[in-house]
Design a protein around this ligand. Structure first.
Ligand code: DX5
Ligand code: ZN
Length: 230
């Protein structure tokens, strides 16, 4: 995929109907999602458990855009090939998940995927400074990972610091957690270009009534029109 710094909305299927992922993915793509964000949790790195490679492989059949897989698991390395095989386009690992994120990012790229590195709210931007040549995306968590529907934690200072650190490199800045039409402009203005949103996209809709998904996506998009960092 060619590098594109325009704002992209990546709905998290953590807020979808877990008994109907195929139709949910089709519905949010039809309603204007740019990427599909898949939250993988292991009940160990984070206090919640979601889905593994076979489920992600089943989602792939329905994703026509970009499958953005966010691993909230530790360790990461033993599972990289399984998520490549499952069809992830982007695979993101947390910098807090182990001592060898540098090796992890190399392994993700070697497996043919784009490599992402995520930062918990308590982790400074400097933690990824020496990883930027190995990364295609930096994910700034604006909640403590584990659950959808939490309150946005202001990380605009960190986003600004990362934006300056990234310079001309083709690296996306993704924001994950509590993104709404109120919070989205703050992070886009600071330099983010990928907005993950779960509850703010899925609220009020369903596979049988998907129009609210489109309205919610358009509300986030409209909120950031003109807010992009210079
Ligand atoms: C949190 C996940 C997020 C979450 C976002 O651990 O990584 O992707 O689903 O959900 P909202 O938008 O509801 O905060
Ligand atoms: Zn996520």
């Amino acid at each position: 995929m060619p590098f594109d710094r325009s704002v992209k909305i990546a709905p998290s299927i953590l807020s979808a109907d877990f008994a109907d992922f195929g139709r949910e993915i089709q519905a949010i793509e039809a309603q204007g999602a740019d990427w599909i964000h898949v939250d993988v949790m292991d009940g160990h790195f984070v206090p919640n458990l979601t889905f593994g490679p076979p489920a992600v492989k089943a989602f792939r059949k329905h994703v026509k855009t970009v499958m953005d897989v966010h691993l909230m698991i530790a360790p990461v390395d033993p599972y990289i090939d399984a998520y490549a095989e499952a069809g992830a386009d982007i695979l993101t690992a947390h910098v807090e998940a182990g001592p060898h994120t540098h090796r992890t990012l190399q392994a993700i790229r070697a497996a043919g995927m784009k490599a992402g590195v995520a930062l918990n709210p308590g982790t400074p931007a400097q933690a990824v400074e020496h990883l930027l040549d190995l990364a295609d995306l930096v994910c700034v968590m604006t909640v403590n990972p584990g659950f959808g529907g939490q309150k946005f934690i202001d990380m605009t200072g960190k986003v600004r610091a990362l934006r300056a650190m990234i310079g001309d490199r083709p690296v996306h800045i993704e924001i994950d957690g509590g993104v709404t039409p109120e919070t989205a402009p703050l992070v886009v203005e600071a330099g983010a270009d990928v907005l993950v949103a779960g509850s703010a996209v899925f609220k009020g809709g369903s596979v049988d009534n998907p129009a609210p998904y489109g309205e919610n996506i358009r509300a986030i998009r409209a909120s950031v029109a003109g807010a992009a960092a210079a």
